[in-house]
Write a protein that binds this ligand. Structure first.
Ligand code: 2P0
Length: 364
């Protein structure tokens, strides 16, 4: 193995993914994020992205992480569950690489965090990719996928471009629970995700808390894993045939099914807002007027809509969305190719000073 080039930062870019068949519910509380059902998603292009720079240096006294300019504690008492995993993964990767230098990790998202656009997926996938490259670990994407999954489940899908399937797996240690590409991003280039932002504020119930509460208390949830497994096969068939009607229908059914189990959670979890519901009604009206589904909505753990459609119907969908009050902004994204390395000009670290280039805390 080639030794890492210390004091030279590695920068990568990665993107979120939007699940057509959703991951909701973990098999156990091991922290490994092994899901109850398989899921399938579209990796988005770089319209929304996470850039992450990693630098290992003996000049650093501790491991440090900055997200969007703010230091995120990864050591000590008051750290989030995700940060604790991230630190464990960093330590694990350093051990494999035989590296004992500390790391400076600087990550920036080009989109609002915690708004139901999976910033954690994009962030964790890009981080694992960047670390693997910085440490010269030569990890296969499958291994990166397994590693990223442990920081945030849905992140395992963002290691690949195009249409990506995350097989639930059955092994207790999660070794067979990883994502793989089913179709590359050039297979259906006309497919678009129109993201309708209705609310950019932080969500009331975190995904991690939501997963656990639904599995524990929802009666309807019992039917979900089998429904979702069938949905994954249906999506694969619909994409293979480039059948937008079939694809849209399966996407909407799965989003509704997942949100039904959330509402059935005790106490109930409701991520959809009035504006989300208006979008649902309007998309159904649009599809009825066309006599087939030309668009499908899907919602993650938040009120923002992702409307999946194709270039051909884009203007009709945008016209429909323009009739809805409460949509603040729309963002259009095609399928993307997954994480990749960037050059020096995109580096987020001031290598001489070993500090972030843009930090909210470095005002002095
Ligand atoms: C998904 N979501 O498949 C689903 C749809 C939200 C709804 O994966 O606890 O942040 O980190 O494993 O990945 C959001 O959950 O949860 C999610 P953790 P994650 O995209």
């Amino acid at each position: 193995m080639v030794k890492p080039d210390f004091d030279s930062a590695t920068t990568a870019i990665g993107t979120p993914n939007i699940a057509f068949i959703k991951y909701w519910g973990k098999r156990d509380d091991s922290g490994l994020n092994t899901p109850n059902n398989s899921s399938i998603s579209m990796t988005l292009d770089e319209t929304l992205s996470t850039k992450t720079s990693v630098l290992f240096s003996e000049r650093l006294g501790k491991d440090t992480l900055y997200i969007n300019g703010d230091e995120e504690p990864i050591e000590g008492g008051r750290i989030s569950e995700k940060s604790a995993y991230l630190k464990r993964i960093l330590d694990h990767m350093k051990r494999i690489a035989g590296v004992d230098h500390h790391a400076l990790i600087v990550s920036e998202n080009s989109f609002p965090s915690g708004a139901g656009i999976a910033s954690s997926a994009s962030g964790a996938a890009t981080l694992v990719f960047a670390l693997s490259e910085a440490l010269n670990l030569e990890m296969a994407r499958k291994e990166m996928s397994i590693t990223a999954r442990q920081i945030s489940g849905s992140a395992c899908r963002s290691l690949f471009g195009g249409i990506v399937k995350w097989r639930a797996g059955t092994e207790k240690d999660g070794s067979d629970s990883y994502a793989e590409q089913v179709f590359d991003s050039s297979y259906w280039p006309e497919l678009i995700d129109i993201i309708a932002i209705v609310d950019s504020s932080k969500k009331r119930v975190s995904s991690s808390a939501g997963h656990a509460a639904t599995v524990k208390t929802s009666v309807l949830y019992g039917a979900r894993p089998a429904f979702a497994e069938n949905g994954v096969s249906e999506i694969e068939r619909a994409v293979a045939a480039k059948d937008l009607n079939r694809l849209s229908m399966a996407i909407m059914r799965d989003s509704n099914n997942m949100h039904a189990t959330m509402l059935d959670t005790w106490p109930p979890i409701m991520y959809l807002s009035d504006a989300s519901k208006d979008i649902i009604y309007k998309v159904h009206e649009l599809n009825e007027s066309e006599g087939k589904c030309i668009a499908g909505y899907t919602f993650d753990a938040g009120p923002n809509a992702h409307i999946i459609t194709s270039e051909e119907h884009r203007d009709r969908v945008m016209e429909t969305l323009s009739e809805i009050d409460g949509i603040r902004e729309t963002i259009e994204s095609h399928m993307g190719g997954g994480p990749r390395l960037l050059g020096e000009k995109d580096c987020l670290i001031d290598e001489a000073g070993i500090a972030p280039k843009n930090s909210n805390t470095r005002k002095e």
